[in-house]
Design a protein. Structure first.
Length: 323
């Protein structure tokens, strides 16, 4: 606010009440002098309530996004030097941010879709597709007109492979005008009712079915996802955590950004700073983005010199002209 604007506001009877700043338990707090509301730079973000320094948060993001395969919480614990519960909760929060970031994605152009199950039979439980530990999910990959170069992917758990579930999935995940290629599963025909062209791929089954033009890339992605999960996690509650581990967190999120590796960490940090409630100020965004850029430039050297990233006093001391 300019001096002229302040003068006009005072003439109208408005007196700006700046925030007061104080430190508690090593953290800087800001308090409004009008309503006494207290906040910090990380309030309303995924970092809120955490006692870990931001350097460890960004190091965890670097490790989770920089690894080509999945990283278990036990391995993340060794890299960060924290207990297992802390590493597990941190990983879950980061994966939740990835999930929310990819939630509105829609596939356009030529889309290859397939059905799959994750999980196995429990001891004494139902066998086959009726097992309580099996999670059905839909894999979809958008390609160019030659069907040979994939662009984006969506991996989403569904309730079951019925008409209602696939119709809802198609409304949310398929962009207008998308052309669908599938193996002829009955529920996939619902995309025709959504004004999408549908091509059924004829195949003889077996390994040859995975190499048919129009289904190759969706099977390649499906195989990579299953190998990454089975090779990293020894046990997982499919119904509770399948959306984070599959939908966007560690599979589709990295696949959709495989050609923009330099932007992975800064963009993920920016999304984490927005938080679920989007309650974030400009100063908060600018500072967290700056820290993320520094971590990205240093890479793994952050584990050696952890004092490089500090809260900039210039940002903290900057006065706000208006509440």
């Amino acid at each position: 606010m300019s001096p002229r604007q302040r003068q006009l506001e005072r003439r109208r009877g408005y007196v700006p009440r700046p925030r007061s700043r104080f430190r508690r338990a090593g953290r800087v707090y800001y308090q409004c002098r009008a309503c006494r509301h207290q906040t910090t730079l990380i309030s309303g973000t995924v970092f809120e309530g955490s006692r870990l320094p931001l350097t460890k948060w960004f190091l965890a993001m670097h490790l989770l996004t920089g690894s080509k395969t999945n990283m278990a919480a036990l391995e993340l614990k060794r890299h960060l030097g924290v207990c297992y519960d802390t590493a597990w909760k941190l990983k879950q929060k980061v994966m939740q941010v990835m999930t929310e970031r990819e939630e509105p994605r829609q596939l356009a152009g030529f889309v290859q879709i397939d059905d799959a199950y994750l999980g196995g039979e429990r001891n004494g439980g139902k066998p086959g597709r009726g097992s309580e530990n099996k999670q059905p999910f839909v894999v979809a990959v958008a390609t160019d007109e030659t069907l040979e170069h994939p662009t984006f992917a969506v991996i989403e758990p569904v309730r079951s492979f019925d008409n209602a579930s696939l119709a809802d999935w198609g409304q949310r995940r398929l962009a207008p005008g998308a052309e669908v290629f599938s193996d002829g599963l009955g529920c996939f025909r619902r995309v025709v009712e959504l004004d999408h062209a549908h091509t059924v791929l004829e195949n003889a089954g077996g390994r040859a079915a995975t190499e048919v033009k129009g289904a190759r890339w969706v099977n390649v992605l499906l195989g990579n996802v299953k190998r990454a999960i089975s090779g990293c996690y020894h046990a997982m509650r499919q119904a509770k955590y399948a959306r984070r581990y599959l939908d966007l967190a560690e599979a589709a999120y990295r696949f959709n950004r495989r050609f923009r590796l330099a932007e992975l960490l800064p963009r993920l940090a920016r999304r984490a700073s927005l938080g679920p409630s989007r309650n974030c100020c400009r100063r908060q965004l600018a500072w967290l983005s700056e820290v993320a850029n520094q971590v990205a430039r240093m890479g793994i050297e952050l584990t050696v010199d952890r004092n490089t990233l500090v809260a900039p006093t210039a940002v903290e001391n900057r006065k706000e002209s208006r509440q």
